[in-house]
Ligand binder design. Structure first.
Ligand code: NAD
Length: 350
């Protein structure tokens, strides 16, 4: 199958090319994001392959359909950047990778918690500079602390288990659906306000939906414990960044670990070290000593990249051969589809 593969980086192409030896698709790699301006580049391609920060909105979909595209294959799980209703109206098929490695994201979440708590990122720079002072590096024992997990699906469950078994933490869970297996392992489900009020650490693992946009807002932050650690490896829009910056300034939030940011599509995955970043919220976040940001890299393990490539290329094969599409978004639970109604990023760039 001939496919225009948008937003590809060398570290990902390697896996797509290796796995493609078994499939023989005609893959055309493009660095840039897909959006209404770049959609023309997919003209004549039966399939288009996209990633988390591509903007698959109405305008883009119309241009793709006009250009002859029939299939859009997401190389990710979330589909908050796709207008499913318009895709259906245009007769476009959307497939995704429902799961590739929840371990990768869960382990990165733990890495953020540990690095922030024990200030590893600061200690590393200090020691390399010949500064062996310990001032300002005091952390806390994770043992016995209460951790609030918002979203106890695949990733949230693993984070809960790692914190219970590995560190002796108490877990407070909040989800639309309670997981009985997790309850049996000690997770206590509570309402959102209780979770905010009782947790020493809060970690976000729910999708970005109409219901979860700005779930972490000024009101909820007011309920949190002074000095709380807030971790987000889900989607940037779950946090109201302005409210979190106020919380950091007032010292209500003691630690912030982010792998995602609400306007990340303009910056993440790219080298901006020699350019002016015209995003005052991101720049402000970078000034705090107790904020640790990674650039949407929680998924980035060789296992995950290999699984993404395998599922994506088998999705293309299934469509081409007319096999049943097990990863089609038509098969997604209707509640999930309703929840994830279009939430297109607002600041797209080519
Ligand atoms: P999942 O579908 O297995 O779990 C999501 C959980 O969130 C479900 O249990 C669901 O019931 C719950 N949920 C949905 N709406 C909710 C709400 N309003 N309030 C509370 N809970 C709610 O998904 P997953 O595989 O665990 O992934 C979780 C999220 O992690 C994804 O949606 C994605 O945004 C993010 N993610 C990030 C990366 C990364 O690299 N940073 C990689 C993969 C996934």
């Amino acid at each position: 199958m001939r496919a225009a593969v948008f937003s590809t980086k060398p570290y990902e192409r390697k896996f797509l090319e290796e796995v493609n030896l078994n499939y023989g698709h005609d893959l055309h790699f493009l660095d840039m994001h897909l959006n209404h301006r770049t959609a023309v580049l997919a003209s004549g391609f039966k399939s288009v392959c996209v990633f988390v920060n591509d903007q698959v909105d109405k305008e883009t979909l119309c241009k793709l359909a006009t250009g002859g595209t029939q299939l859009i294959a997401l190389r990710c799980t979330g589909f908050n950047n796709v207008d499913l209703k318009v895709a259906k109206e245009l007769g476009l098929t959307i497939v995704r990778v429902p799961e590739y490695s929840p371990y990768a994201v869960a382990e990165h979440t733990i890495a953020l918690i540990l690095s922030l708590n024990r200030k590893i990122y600061r200690a590393y720079n200090r020691v390399r500079d010949g500064n062996f002072s310990l001032d300002g590096l005091v952390g806390f024992d994770l043992y016995g602390k209460s951790v609030g997990i918002i979203g106890t699906g695949k990733i949230g469950s693993l984070v809960s288990q790692m914190l219970i078994k590995g560190f002796g933490c108490k877990i407070l869970g909040y989800d639309l659906h309670q997981n009985q297996d997790l309850e049996a392992q000690g997770v206590k489900y509570v309402d959102l306000v209780s979770l905010a009020a009782e947790s020493d650490i809060i970690s976000l693992h729910c999708p970005l939906t109409q219901n979860t946009r700005y779930l972490i807002n000024e009101e909820l932050i007011n309920y949190m414990k002074p000095g709380v650690m807030l971790i987000n490896t889900s989607r940037g829009g779950v946090i109201d960044t302005k409210a979190v910056i106020s919380g950091l300034k007032s010292k209500k939030i003691g630690y912030l670990g982010l792998d995602v940011y609400e306007q990340e599509e303009s910056f993440f995955f790219e080298d901006w070290s020699n350019k002016i970043i015209e995003d005052d919220l991101l720049e402000r976040l970078l000034t705090f000593p107790n904020v640790l940001i990674t650039s949407h890299q929680a998924f980035l393990t060789d296992n995950a990249l290999s699984n993404i490539a395998e599922t994506t290329l088998s999705n293309l094969r299934d469509f081409e051969k007319g096999y049943p599409l097990s990863n089609s978004l038509v098969d997604v639970d209707q509640v999930e589809v309703d929840n994830q109604k279009i939430l297109i990023p607002t600041l797209g760039r080519d």
